[in-house]
Each structure stands twice: as structure tokens, then as C-alpha cells.
Design a binder for this molecule. Sequence first.
Ligand code: G3P
Length: 478
Amino acid sequence: EGDVFKYYADGEWKKSSSGKSVAIINPTTRKTQYKVQACTQEEVNKVMEIAKSAQKLWAKTPLWKRAELLHKAAAILKEHKAPIAECLVKEIAKPAKDAVTEVVRSGDLVSYCAEEGVRILGEGKFLVSDSFPGNERTKYCLTSKIPLGVVLAIPPFNYPVNLAVSKIAPALIAGNSLVLKPPTQGAVAALHMVHCFHLAGFPKGLISCVTGKGSEIGDFLTMHPGVNCISFTGGDTGIAISKKAGMIPLQMELGGKDACIVLEDADLDLVAANIIKGGFSYSGQRCTAVKVVLVMESVADTLVEKVKAKVAKLTVGPPENDCDITPVVSESSANFIEGLVMDAKQKGATFCQEYKREGNLIWPLLLDNVQPDMRIAWEEPFGPVLPVIRISSVEEGIHHCNASNFGLQGCVFTKDISKAILISDAMETGTVQINSAPARGPDHFPFQGLKDSGIGSQGITNSINMMTKREEKETLHR
Ligand code: G3P
């Protein structure tokens, strides 16, 4: 108690000169669980300076050695899964088992990235000139991929470890240095993860982790001239960042309003199971959660009954008990969710369960007969509340999906595969899952959002490519 976790810079754990700290509130107890340093702008400047010089040496470090260190970090991360998962339980109320899974998945991601990196970056290109009109074979070009420089990684609270390493590992294997700004809720789990990279023996200054208030160092970091690339996952802040950032590559994954379109011939048990998994896992606090069900009127009653039966079986309570539904991340988030629920109530949605809330804990709620004038038809609750909109044609479903300002993922349920492909093609989202809930991964698959859901594409391969540029090393003239 009273201890403030140190931030990580220049290979050391440091106290901020601000003398201030930021409190991390346990979503379950609503009491201060941990404290982290409130870093200053001068400390950010220092970190950027060191990151820049560390990167120069790192880029010259043989690729196989970079990969070796990443494999080592991955192994240490997995060895530390229990204490890191414990932080996730306390900081973001992630159910105990999912918290462990997040860390293990992160270790696997780091290893895969090391393997993928040596393959992708181990190859260059050789071009000849006579393919372009008017040229003889007199010019030759050699290219290879080079790092961008300093990558700034900003992960969200819902995967403070996994969505940090999904940025850190590709950046490092490609020869970049990395500055991490973890979310406040999840900062201690992130610091512990960084400690695993520290133990693996990466060079000093190559990785830094600065904690603090967004209002103090947020814009300062994202607009810092020392940053050569930003990889961000989160909410609306991403839109603000993209407007303020300099002329640097941006990788952004923002919100989603993933639609689940259900046709008349769908296997309704399969749909119900996927709606539960997709809509309610981690209490709906996933960008890729099912956030609106668009079901054909003729099967809507049956589907709603099946989902209701499964909702009744969800366990609700503290993350330590590995409950399905746990408190949402903050009081303001719970208030926001409640606002959406009350708006739907006022406008006449059918409540399939009674609305119940204790502190940040919100019981799972299915809202039937949701209409387009209700906020929940369009906004993402990031909580365990799921709207059902009844549709009379598939076109209506596609139209609702595409009218959203988001375009992350979506899913369609039907036994007719050609219809499924046509519908998925018509849905303006980064990915459509056929007969399965939306989800990111496996982590080498491409992952991207259209419209307000993001810029660029993630997934191991895409991230490595995005964090490099292809340099025309030499043009030889004959
Ligand atoms: O909300 C973060 C988003 O990336 C979801 O990831 O693994 O829960 O589908 P996942």
C-alpha cells in the first residue's frame, strides 16, 4: 500500500520527478488497487531521445539475434502468466481464466512474430528495368525492408497485455524501438509484461513504458516529433490522434458495432451459442463483440427464446470466481451503459431480463424489438447489453450494418454458403465471419476496420510490414 509502481526507461525502473501518481481503481471493489507514476513531458522527451539512439544500434543487430531475444521474452512472459493474470483480474476485472489465456496468447504471439519476422525480413527483392516500356535491361534495383524508427504503442484497457505485445513484437523484430503508453486500467499488468522483456535482456532504452495522465502526456506523446509510427487500439481518442499526428504511418483499431445477421434457414442453436460468446464474453467489452443482432422476423421469437435461456445460465459476479459477467471497467462506463438502457426503455424496447446493476456490475441484458431511433441501435455499449432488431429482409439487415459509422467485423448465419458469401461481400466491414461470432485472430490473420473502426490492417504479418518501409537500397546501372 502506498507504493507507486515505477515506470521503465533506459533499462531501469524509475520514479517520476512529478512526485505525483495515478490511481488504478479496482472495478469490483471500486477502491484504489495500485498506483503508477504520473510521468512528465520532460520524462517523455528523455525517453524519446534514448529510444532514438537505442534504435540505431538495434537496427544493426542481426535479425536472428532479435528473434532470439523475442523468443526468450515470450518464454519468460508465459512463466509469469499467474502474477500478470492476477493484475488483469484486479485492474480490469477480466475473468480469472481469460486473464491467463490473454498472457499465454501474448507469449505465443511474440514467438510467432519472431518466426514470421525472420522469414519476411530475411527476403529482399531484385528488380530489372526492361519490364517497363521504353527500358532495356540496363538497370537493376535491390530492395530490402528497413525499420521506421521509434514506434509508439497505445493499447486499450481490455487487452492491456495482448494488444501491447501485438504492437511491441512486430516493432522490435523489424528493428524499431518501442515506447509504450499503457492504459491506466491495466498499467500494472503492462509494466509486469515489460519486466519480462527486461529480463530477456533487450538493450537499454529499446523499450520504454511511460505511465501517466492522458491530459498531461497523451497529446504530447502522439504529437512528439520523435515518434515515427503510432499503433493505437481504443475508442474515439484514435480519431483525435489521427487528426493531430504528423506525417507518419498510423495503425488504428477503434470501435465497432459488429452486426450479427441471422437468416431464416440458420441453425438457431449455433446462432444462440455464438451470440452468447460474441455478445457477452468479457461482459461485451471487446471491439469485436456482437453489438447488434439483425434477425429475420419469422425466426426471431425462437432465437430470442434460445438466447434468453442461455443468458439465464451466465454466472454474474467477481472476476476472481471466474464469473462470465464481471463488473465493467469503470463507473463512468457503467453509467454510459445505463444511459443507453434507459433510452431504449423510454422508447419502448422489450426487456428480456430485468435491468439490474450493483456498482459497476451490470447483469446481462437482451433488448428485443429495438428500433432505429434508439441510441443502442447505433452506439456501442461496451457492456453486457445486446440489442435485437427484427428485420423483414436481408437487404434491411445489410442496410443497417452499412449505415453504421463503424465497420470492424460482422457475422452472418445461414446454411446457404453462396448467400453467406454474397451477404458478407455486401457488408462494409473489415471482416465477416460466416456461421461464427466476430473475433480477432488467430493472430496471424489480417485484422482491420473500415470507416471509423480504423486505419490500416493488423495481424502479425501486416503489422511487421506496416512497421517497415521498403528501401530502394541501390540502383545499379550498366
Ligand atoms: O477489443 C479488442 C479487439 O481487438 C477484440 O479482440 O480477440 O476479443 O476478438 P478479440
